[in-house]
Design a protein around this ligand. Structure first.
Ligand code: IMP
Ligand code: MG
Length: 187
């Protein structure tokens, strides 16, 4: 694995860099409006690694007085599916007791990862917990285990990469999001 990203691995661009920027500004404004007058600390938590681009852009677009924290989780499963059994590999560095927590996640598929995380964080006595997901997968006939409070974009039930989202740790640094050609992961 070397050289440049092969953009031909992407079957279809779902959101361009410009469209992502625009959407993040809108989401940021929505969060700013909702949180501008809350009492107490706000903690924005980045779920590593997928949410890293989204988190960095959103934090600047929100323009709120907040703490930025990072959480690493690993969910058992294969490279394309989660099992819902989540292990914390890196915990946040601060107490969230009495604080307003906003979880920034890259994509919500089955929702199992987030529903586990929310339960775990709620056990620490925060004032509130909300989820902001950059993307949510629309799966016909399927309701995710948890609904995000804020959603950046809806994506089809395909494998998405870019803007933090990976396939086998690659494509995270694509500036846009797109559908990965099935040939790339079936070969
Ligand atoms: P869930 O627990 O099924 O909602 O899966 C959520 C996690 O699986 C996300 O945080 C991603 O890391 C990963 N994931 C789910 N769908 C995709 C995808 O289409 N592309 C890349 N990662 C995905
Ligand atoms: Mg992943």
């Amino acid at each position: 694995m070397k050289g440049l990203i092969n953009h031909d691995d992407i079957a279809k661009v779902l959101l361009s860099e410009e469209q992502i920027k625009q959407r993040i500004l809108e989401l940021g404004a929505e969060l700013r409006r909702d949180y501008a007058n809350v009492e107490g600390e706000i903690v924005l938590i980045c779920i590593l690694k997928g949410a890293v681009m989204f988190f960095a852009d959103l934090a600047r677009a929100m323009d709120l007085n907040l703490q930025m924290e990072f959480m690493g989780i690993s969910s058992y499963g294969n490279e394309r599916r989660t099992s819902g059994i989540v292990r914390i590999t890196k915990d946040i560095d601060t107490s969230i007791t009495g604080k307003h927590v906003i979880i920034a996640e890259d994509i919500l598929d089955s929702g199992l990862t987030l529903s586990y995380l929310v339960k775990m964080l709620e056990g620490r006595g925060p004032n509130s917990v909300r989820i902001v997901a950059f993307a949510i997968k629309d799966i016909p006939g399927h309701t995710p285990a948890i609904q995000p409070d804020y959603v950046g974009t809806h994506v089809p039930n395909e494998f998405i990469v870019g803007y933090g989202l990976d396939y086998a740790e690659r494509y995270r640094n694509l500036p846009y999001i797109g559908v990965l050609k099935p040939g790339v992961y079936t070969k």
